[in-house]
Design a protein around this ligand. Sequence first.
Ligand code: MEV
Length: 320
Amino acid sequence: MGPPTEARASAPGKVILFGEHAVVYGEPSLSLALDRRFRLRAATGAKATTVNHEPLDLRKHAYLAQALTLYWGDAPLRITTESDLPSAGGVGSSAALSVCTTAAALRLRTGQTPSAETVARGAFEAEYVTQGAASPNDTSVSTAGGAVLLSPTRAAGATPLWRIERGDRAWTVQRVELEPVPLVVATTGTRSHTAEQVAKVKRLVEREPAAREAVSAIGRLTLDGVDAIRAGDFSRAGRLMNRNHELLHALGVDTPELARLAKAARAVPGTFGAKLTGAGGGGSLVVLTEKAPALVRAFEDLGVRSFAVRSSPDGFEVTS
Ligand code: MEV
């Protein structure tokens, strides 16, 4: 049997509960995979590479093009995608796209299903090169599914999945078992450009000792947050999310719209805490709440789209 002529991959989006941006500097982060997924189909036999019937565009399809360069080469492919995730919405659509492209390319090339570790490493590399900086958080969560903790060394009570090193940084990617965490995600509708926001934070961190302190404070707070979530102490976890948002504000990735939504969410009874999630500069807010339906209604009254989060244990899948 020859190599397959088609591969279909899918991978979940994610929501970061604690630690975005700081995780790029090796600090810990805690994320959950969503039950909302990205799907990609790649087929050989095309005359030129197309994405959703348009020619591959290196700017518009930057993540996809990078993963193809690294794991496939330039033989033409007909690629189609479908997504339950808002693009540039802070909930991991670029990471899920990188995971799907990496998995599909490896499957087409070898005829085998790549291991989760191979996909996570590969997709991280594609994202890192595309963005100029990244942590393996988003790509690892999208590959593994479930609740995932990144930290410099193994954390007590967590199951190590893989360890990824880049330059002088190293992240141990671990599975944590959590009871369901009641969350709502609200989208600003403004696009969040991860590469831009990561570069902005990098400039600040290189220049300002206060920004470096904010990064370390996020790291410490994330470990407290993990303990609070594991203990089911949502009041404490919510306070830590509020503090995490303030520290992200200090790093320059909050926006007036995100701040307005966070304030509105905190005023709704049942809300424990709220913070931006993902790269910021737009994108989404995540809220810990014991009254998800009331909060979704309150956002609706403000003309804001939101959804109650259902975390999913399912990571990437690839078939021919
Ligand atoms: C974006 O979802 C998360 C960031 O921490 C970037 C990264 O970890 O690569 C901002």
